[in-house]
Design a protein around this ligand. Structure first.
Ligand SMILES: *[C@@H]1O[C@H](CO)[C@@H](O)[C@H](O)[C@H]1NC(C)=O
Ligand SMILES: *[C@@H]1O[C@H](CO)[C@@H](O)[C@H](O)[C@H]1NC(C)=O
Ligand SMILES: *[C@@H]1O[C@H](CO)[C@@H](O)[C@H](O)[C@H]1NC(C)=O
Ligand SMILES: [Zn+2]
Length: 309
């Protein structure tokens, strides 16, 4: 019964689409009645054939199947502490900020230096599950994507034609009991951009957004795609293990934004995609070092304790 209903909806939808051509949307936008391309058929959107590819993002990260790669050392960030002023835009799918200063990442087994282009977020409904990547099936309330491209490319469009042209840093959020003050510029600006295609200016540095360096040593690495149409398979993904804390009120503030039809902009994530033989690497070397250090300390303590004096 349920299946029948779905195929009827798709058949109906295709008819509409032949006439009108339509934009892509998230599952939360009710693709059937809104006559937009839901995630199951994003590949029908213009220039989005790659959405049906075999190296798509996001994925569910199965920690037991990740492979330790000791070459995944901490990143080197430059310009991340430079404060810049930029437009924050409700683009109808997310909230996006162009990076209006020079900021780069290197190290972490990236083949070259990548420069920051923009960042945006994916979230749930009223602070509920909303991340794109999941870890052992767990979905976090929100996920930040800082999009970088190889410095040698002159545009994001050009970088998307290179298998490793784009490097996205993904960060999860977790609910904390108190407000994260560093997020105030973003949270406060949201009420001014509730309508699609509106923007306002904010001042911030990329460092405001991310955890301290010591909390960024553990991450996952795999090759994947953009998580919105065209879904280009040119992204070197880094998903950090350590989440960023935001209060419930701060997480909920994102649900005040609206899609172009005026409905709440919620659950703005693509469902996880098949891994298809790809390997997810993990940078645990630092955890191992830390636990070795702890072990050394505890052995030393044990020896002291066992020595009569
Ligand atoms: C922000 O809005 C202004 C006025 O509508 C517009 O000219 C500008 O291009 C917008 N900026 C972005 C990044 O969309
Ligand atoms: C950094 O990690 C420590 C230890 O896990 C944690 O207590 C702290 O809240 C983290 N800080 C941030 C800003 O994520
Ligand atoms: C990603 O693809 C590039 C180019 O094909 C390859 O060199 C690299 O090892 C791959 N990285 C991962 C993490 O699989
Ligand atoms: Zn994204």
């Amino acid at each position: 019964m349920h299946l029948l209903f779905i195929s009827a909806c798709i058949a109906f939808f295709y008819k509409i689409n032949e006439v009108s051509g339509s934009d892509w949307c998230y599952e939360s936008q009710d693709p059937c009645t809104s006559h937009c391309h839901g995630p199951d058929i994003w590949q029908k959107t213009n220039d989005a054939k790659a959405c049906a590819g075999r190296s798509q993002s996001p994925i569910n990260i199965v920690t037991k199947k990740t492979k330790l790669d000791e070459r995944l050392t901490p990143f080197k960030f430059t310009g991340y502490n430079t404060v810049f002023t930029s437009d924050i835009v409700n683009n109808g799918h997310s909230v996006k900020v162009g990076v209006a200063s020079s900021a780069t990442i290197s190290g972490g087994q990236l083949e070259t230096t990548y420069k920051a282009v923009q960042f945006h977020l994916h979230w749930g409904s009223e602070g509920g599950p909303g991340s794109e990547h999941t870890v052992d099936g767990e979905q976090y309330p929100m996920e930040l994507h800082i999009v970088h491209m190889k410095q040698s490319h002159s545009s994001l469009h050009e970088a998307l034609g290179d298998k490793t042209g784009v490097a996205v840093l993904g960060f999860f959020y977790e609910e904390s009991s108190s407000d994260n003050r560093k997020y105030e510029p973003i949270i406060n600006s949201l009420k001014e951009i509730t309508q699609t295609s509106t923007n306002t200016t904010i001042s911030l540095s990329l460092n405001f957004l991310i955890p301290p360096v010591k909390n960024m040593t553990n991450y996952y690495r795999y090759n994947g795609s953009l998580t919105t149409p065209g879904c280009a398979e040119s992204v070197v993904w880094t998903v950090f293990e350590h989440p960023i804390p935001l209060s419930r009120a701060q997480l909920k503030a994102f649900s005040k934004l609206k899609f172009s039809d005026g409905k709440p902009m919620v659950r703005t994530f693509r469902p996880v995609q098949p891994l298809n033989k790809r390997i997810v690497y993990y940078s645990a070397s630092n955890t191992v070092l830390a636990s070795v250090a702890l072990l050394v300390v505890s052995v030393a303590v044990a020896i002291r304790l066992s020595w009569p004096n």
